[in-house]
Design a protein around this ligand. Structure first.
Ligand SMILES: *Cc1c(COP(=O)(O)O)cnc(C)c1O
Length: 969
C-alpha cells in the first residue's frame, strides 16, 4: 500500500459523535445498509441536490488557526477615536478567560429550565440591577441586540402604550448616532410611524407626537440638560426615550431623574471588545407600568417549591411563540453572554471603580480640550463627557486627516469640516501627546498632556452632574479582587448545566459542538479591537473572512449573496421580509402586503411579518403536520393581488421533510409571492440539498445553530440573510460604511456587518469540516435523530413522521396522553430529567404537551444511549402512576427536581427513597449535577414581578408573605 502523507487526524472525527463502527450498529437497529440508504429514505429525491459541495478540502485545526492568524495580520489595529457608540475597553483578563472563553458559560442554553440555570440568571439579574441603578429607572430587561435596534424597540413600545390611537409622529433628535437614526426610520416606516429628525430644542410637540428619542451625551459629545425638553414632551402627552452612554451615567444625572420614560443603549464599553461591530449587549430600562410591554427577556425573582428564593425568566407567556400574530417584538436570541460579561465588569469594578474609570476618561478629555484650545482650535460644546467636536483654526480637515493617518489614528470627520475625537479607558497620556501633534500646536511648540493636566482640576463639573448613588447592592461591592471574582464566576457557572455536562437535546436549537479551534481566533486582538467604522483598508482581514464566509454559505445554500447584518435569526426574518417588500415595490407592486405563515411556524415568523407591516394569514397544517396544500392554494388564490410572501420552515418545525415543498413554492410564485425560508434549521440539509434549488427566494440561517457559534445562554447570534439574484440589490445598507445592495433597504442593525467578530467561528467551522465533513455531519444528524426516535418509539409515541416513517434531524415525543390520563405533564418529565443530569428538550413547541428532541451529529452513541435510558426509566416511573402504585402528587415526577439540600435533610417524608430521588441512574453516581433550587413557581413571580437584585433579607425569607414583603420594601 502506498504511503499517505496527509494528516491522519481530521476534525470531522472530533466533531461527529459516533464512530464508523457505531454508525453501522445504529444503522442495523434501523434496518439500513448504509448512511446513504437512510438519507435516501429520509429526504425526498426531488429536493436532493445533484451537485456535491465544492468547497476547499477540510483543514486541520492547526491550519485553520494559521489561516485565521494570517487574516488577522491583514487588519491594521489603528487607534480609533471615532466613538459613535463604540469605544475601546479593557476586558479584564479574568472575565475574558472565565466567561468569554469558558465553555461552562458559552455553551449554555437560554435559561428556560430555571432550576439548572440559576447562575446565569443571577448574572443577568445583576445586569438588570446595574441598568436600573445607572439609568434611574424602575425596571430593566436582559438584554437587546444593539443600541440602534433598542432605540427602535423603545419607539415601538412608546407607540403601543400611547393611549391615543392616532398619534403617529416620533421625534428623533438630529444629534443621535447616524446609524440609530437610520434604523429607527427603517423600523418606523412599515408600521406607519412618521419620524421627524430635528433639533429637539426647537421642536413643537404637537398632538400627533407620541414620543421622542434623545442621545445623552449627543453623538458629537455635548452634555445637555434635557429636563425642559422632557417637561415639554410630557405636557404634550409625549414620551421621552433616551439613548444613553452607560459609563457617562456614573458622572451624569440619571435620565430617570429628569423624566425619561425609556432609557437604552449599548453596554459594549463595559469590557466587551468592539470586534468590528459586535457582538455586544444593549440594555433597556423603563417605567414599571410598562412592564408587560418591555421587548426581550426579563429576569425575575420568585420562589421554589420549598419557598426558597429562586430566579427565572419572568412573564414568559409574553414570548412570541405564545403570542404569535399579536406579538409585539420578535426578540429571542439576545446577546446573553455579552450581557453577562458587562455585568461582571460592573461586579469587578464596583461603583467606585466605575466612577474612577469614567472620571479618568473625562479628565483625559478635559485635558485634550484644554490643549486643543491652547493650540487655537475651538471645542464646540462647553460640556462634554468623553467626546469632543473640534472646530479647526486655519488648518483644513484634510491636513488633520493626513497627520492622523501618519500616526495611525482614526478620528471622526464631519461634513462641515469639524473633527470628532472620542476617548475611552484605553487612552493614555502618550495618546494625548500624539493627538496634540496631529492637531498641530500653532505656537510652534509641542504640548504635553501631563503639563496641560497639571493646571486642571479633576472631575466632572458641568450641568446635570450626578448626585445619586448606584450599584449599592453587595454583589457590586465584594468581588473586586481577582481571586474573589474568579470564585464568584465559578460558583455561578457551577449552578448551570451546559454542554460541558451532557447533551442538550433541544429541538430547533441545534446545540452541537462548538469547536474550540473555531473559537480561539475571536480572542485575537487583531480581530477583537477593530472599530466597526474603521476604514475598510484597515479591515482587510475582516473583509476577506466576510467574503470567504459569504462564498461558503452561498455554495451551501445555492443563493447569490449574503448580508451578515442581522444579529439573530428573528432579525434575519425581518430583514428578508423587507427585502421582499423592496423587490415588490421596485416591480411596481408595492400593494403586496400579505404574508402567509403556516400554523406550525416558529413564533418569530408572524412577529417579524407584523413588524414588517404585513398582514399575516395563517395556513393550516394537515394531520401529518405538513402544510395543508389545499388551504395554501385557497389562501394564495384569495389574496392573489396582495400576496407578498410565504414563510416556510424546512424541514418543517415538526421535524419532517415535507414532500410537497416544490409545489408549495410553485403555488406562491404563481400568485406573485416570494418564498421565504426560515433556515434556522439547516442542520439536516448542508451538503444534501440547497434551498435555492427547491424554489426558495430568500432565507436566513442561524449561524448560532447549524454553524457552531455557541448559544451563550441566549446569544450572541448571527442570522445572515441569503438572497437569490433578483433580491440581492435590496440587501441592507449602512449610513457610515458602504455595504449592501445598490438599492439596499435601511440598516437593520447598528454595525454594517452585524456581529463581525463571531463570523470567524462559522468560517473556521466550515473550513475544519470541509465539504465531506459537512455532508457527513448532516447525515449523522439524521442518523442520530432516527436512532433515538427508534429507541424511544416502543415507550412513547412520535408525533410526526415523514417519508418511510423517518424523521429528519429532530422529532417530537408525545406526552399528551399522560397529561390527559394521569396528570403527568411535559413539565414533570422535563424537571425529572434534571435528576438524571439532562437538560429537557424543547418543551411544548411546536405542539403543546410534547417534547422536541434534536440530538445533533456531535453526540456519541454512548451519550444518545444514556438519554434513551433516562427516558425509558422515566417511562417506568410514569408506569407506577399508571398502575396506581403511587399517586401522581406523591410521585417522584411531581416532586422533581431534587436538590442536595432536600435529599440530605434530616426529615424525609416522600413515598420513594432518597436514592431514587437523586441517583436514579448509575451514571449519576459518577457525575452528579445538582439542581440548586427546587421547582420554581412562575405564577408567584409573575404576580410579584421583581427584576432587580433582591435586598439581602429576602434571601432568608421562606414564606410567601415574607418574601413578598422583603421584595416590596
Ligand atoms: C431559533 C429559531 C428562530 C429564531 O432565531 P433567533 O436567533 O432566536 O432569533 C426562528 N425560527 C426557527 C425555526 C428557529 O429554530
Amino acid at each position: 500500500m502506498a504511503i499517505d502523507l496527509s494528516f491522519s487526524d481530521t476534525f470531522a472525527q472530533r466533531h461527529i459523535g459516533p464512530s464508523d463502527t457505531e454508525v453501522d450498529t445504529m444503522l442495523d437497529t434501523l434496518g439500513y445498509e448504509s448512511l446513504d440508504a437512510l438519507v435516501d429514505a429520509t429526504i425526498p429525491d426531488t429536493i436532493r441536490t445533484e451537485r456535491p459541495l465544492t468547497l476547499p478540502p477540510a483543514q486541520t485545526e492547526e491550519q485553520v488557526l494559521d489561516d485565521a492568524q494570517s487574516r488577522g495580520e491583514k487588519n491594521d489595529n489603528w487607534r480609533s477615536f471615532i466613538g459613535m457608540g463604540y469605544h475601546g475597553t479593557l476586558t479584564p483578563p479574568v472575565i475574558q478567560r472565565n466567561i468569554l472563553e469558558d465553555p461552562a458559560w458559552y455553551t449554555q442554553y437560554t435559561p428556560y429550565q430555571a432550576e439548572i440555570a440559576q447562575g446565569r440568571l443571577e448574572a443577568l439579574l445583576n445586569f438588570q440591577d446595574m441598568t436600573i441603578d445607572l439609568t434611574g429607572m424602575e425596571i430593566a430587561n436582559a438584554s437587546l441586540l444593539d443600541e440602534g435596534t433598542a432605540a427602535a424597540e423603545a419607539m415601538l413600545m412608546l407607540n403601543r402604550v400611547d393611549r391615543r390611537s392616532d398619534a403617529s409622529t416620533f421625534l428623533v433628535a438630529e444629534d443621535c448616532h447616524p446609524q440609530t437614526i437610520e434604523i429607527v426610520k427603517g423600523r418606523a416606516e412599515p408600521v406607519g410611524i412618521d419620524v421627524i429628525v430635528e433639533d429637539p430644542e426647537n421642536f413643537v410637540f404637537g398632538e400627533d407626537t407620541f414620543g421622542c428619542l434623545l442621545q445623552y451625551p449627543t453623538t458629537d459629545g455635548a452634555v445637555r440638560d434635557y429636563s425642559t425638553i422632557a417637561e415639554r414632551a410630557h405636557e404634550n402627552d409625549a414620551y421621552v426615550a433616551v439613548a444613553a452612554d452607560l459609563l457617562s451615567l456614573t458622572l451624569l444625572e440619571a435620565p430617570g431623574e429628569w423624566g425619561a420614560d425609556a432609557v437604552l443603549g449599548s453596554t459594549q464599553r463595559f469590557g466587551v471588545p468592539m470586534g468590528y461591530g459586535g457582538p455586544h449587549a444593549a440594555y433597556f430600562a423603563t417605567r414599571e407600568r410598562f412592564q408587560r410591554q418591555v421587548p426581550g427577556r426579563m429576569i425575575g425573582v420568585t420562589k421554589d417549591a420549598d419557598g426558597e428564593m429562586a430566579l427565572r425568566m419572568a412573564l414568559q407567556t409574553r414570548e412570541q411563540h405564545i403570542r404569535r400574530g399579536r406579538a409585539t417584538s420578535n426578540i429571542c436570541t439576545a446577546q446573553v453572554l455579552l450581557a453577562v460579561m458587562a455585568s461582571m465588569y460592573a461586579v469587578y469594578h464596583g461603583p467606585e471603580g466605575l466612577k474612577r474609570i469614567a472620571t479618568r476618561v473625562h479628565d483625559l478629555t478635559k485635558t485634550l480640550a484644554e490643549g486643543l484650545r491652547r493650540t487655537g482650535h475651538s471645542v464646540r460644546h462647553d460640556h462634554f463627557f468623553d467626546t469632543l467636536r473640534v472646530d479647526l483654526a486655519e488648518t483644513k480637515q484634510e491636513r488633520i486627516r493626513e497627520r492622523a493617518e501618519a500616526h495611525q489614528m482614526n478620528l471622526r470627520y464631519y461634513d462641515d469640516g469639524s473633527v470628532g475625537v472620542a476617548l475611552d479607558e484605553t487612552v493614555n497620556a502618550e495618546d494625548l501627546d500624539a493627538l496634540f501633534t496631529v492637531f498641530g500646536a500653532t505656537n510652534g511648540q509641542r504640548l504635553y498632556a501631563d503639563e496641560v493636566a497639571a493646571d486642571l482640576d479633576s472631575g466632572y463639573e458641568g450641568p446635570v452632574a450626578r448626585r445619586t448613588s448606584y450599584l449599592d447592592h453587595p454583589v457590586f461591592n465584594k468581588y473586586h479582587s481577582e481571586g474573589e471574582l474568579t470564585r464568584y464566576m465559578k460558583s455561578l457557572a457551577g449552578k448551570d448545566l451546559s454542554l460541558t455536562h451532557s447533551m442538550i437535546p433541544l429541538g430547533s436549537c441545534t446545540m452541537k459542538l462548538n469547536p474550540t479551534a473555531a473559537l480561539m481566533p475571536i480572542s485575537d486582538p487583531q480581530f477583537a479591537k477593530l472599530h466597526p467604522f474603521a476604514p475598510k483598508e484597515q479591515a482587510q482581514g475582516y473583509q476577506q473572512v466576510i467574503e470567504e464566509l459569504s462564498d461558503q454559505l452561498t455554495e451551501i445554500t445555492g443563493f447569490d449573496d449574503v448580508s451578515f447584518q442581522p444579529n439573530s435569526g428573528a432579525s434575519g426574518e425581518y430583514t428578508g421580509l423587507l427585502v421582499i417588500q423592496a423587490y415588490h415595490e421596485a416591480q411596481g407592486e408595492g400593494q403586496r402586503d400579505v404574508c402567509l405563515v403556516p400554523e406550525s411556524a416558529h413564533g418569530t415568523n408572524p412577529a417579524s411579518a407584523n413588524m414588517a407591516g404585513m398582514d399575516v394569514v395563517t395556513v393550516d397544517c394537515d394531520d401529518n403536520g405538513d402544510v395543508d396544500l389545499d388551504d395554501l392554494r385557497e389562501k394564495a388564490e384569495a389574496n392573489s393581488d396582495r400576496l407578498a410572501a410565504l414563510m416556510v420552515t424546512y424541514p418543517s418545525t415538526h421535524g419532517v421533510f415535507e414532500e410537497h415543498i416544490e409545489e408549495i413554492c410553485d403555488t406562491v410564485h404563481e400568485h406573485g409571492g416570494q418564498v421565504y425560508l426560515d433556515g434556522a434549521n439547516l442542520n439536516a440539509q448542508v451538503g444534501l440539498c440547497r434551498p435555492r434549488e427547491y424554489g426558495i427566494d430568500v432565507c436566513h440561517l442561524n449561524l448560532h445553530k447549524t454553524f457552531s457559534i455557541p448559544h451563550g445562554g441566549g446569544g450572541p447570534g448571527v442570522g445572515p440573510v441569503c438572497t437569490a439574484e433578483h433580491l440581492t440589490p435590496f440587501l441592507p445598507g449602512h449610513p457610515v460604511v458602504d455595504t449592501g445592495g445598490e438599492n439596499g433597504i435601511p440598516p437593520i442593525a447598528a454595525a454594517p456587518y452585524g456581529s463581525a467578530l463571531i463570523l470567524l467561528i462559522s468560517w473556521a467551522y466550515i473550513k475544519l469540516l470541509g465539504p465531506d465533513g459537512l455532508t457527513k455531519a448532516s447525515k449523522t444528524a439524521i442518523l442520530n435523530a432516527n436512532y433515538v426516535a427508534e429507541q424511544l418509539s416502543s415507550h412513547y409515541d412520535i408525533v410526526y413522521r415523514g417519508p418511510n416513517d423517518r424523521v429528519a434531524h429532530e422529532f417530537i415525543l408525545d406526552l399528551r396522553p399522560f397529561r390527559q390520563e394521569l396528570d403527568v405533564t411535559e413539565q414533570d418529565v422535563a424537571k425529572r430529567l434534571m435528576d438524571y443530569g439532562f437538560h429537557a428538550p424543547t418543551m411544548s413547541w411546536p405542539v403543546v404537551g410534547t417534547l422536541m428532541i434534536e440530538p445533533t451529529e456531535s453526540e456519541s452513541k454512548a451519550e444518545l444511549d444514556r438519554l434513551c435510558r433516562a427516558f425509558k426509566s422515566i417511562r417506568d416511573e410514569i408506569a407506577e402512576v399508571e398502575s396506581g402504585a403511587v399517586s401522581v402528587e406523591e410521585s417522584v415526577l411531581k416532586q422533581a427536581p431534587h436538590t442536595a439540600e432536600m435529599v440530605t435533610a434530616t426529615e424525609w417524608t416522600q413515598s420513594y427513597s432518597r436514592e431514587t430521588a437523586a441517583y436514579p441512574a448509575e451514571w449519576v453516581r459518577e457525575n452528579k449535577f445538582w439542581p440548586t433550587v427546587r421547582r420554581v413557581n412562575d405564577a408567584f413571580g409573575d404576580r410579584n414581578l421583581f427584576c432587580a437584585c433582591p435586598p439581602v433579607d429576602a434571601y432568608d425569607a421562606d414564606e410567601e408573605d415574607e418574601l413578598e414583603a422583603a421584595l416590596d420594601a
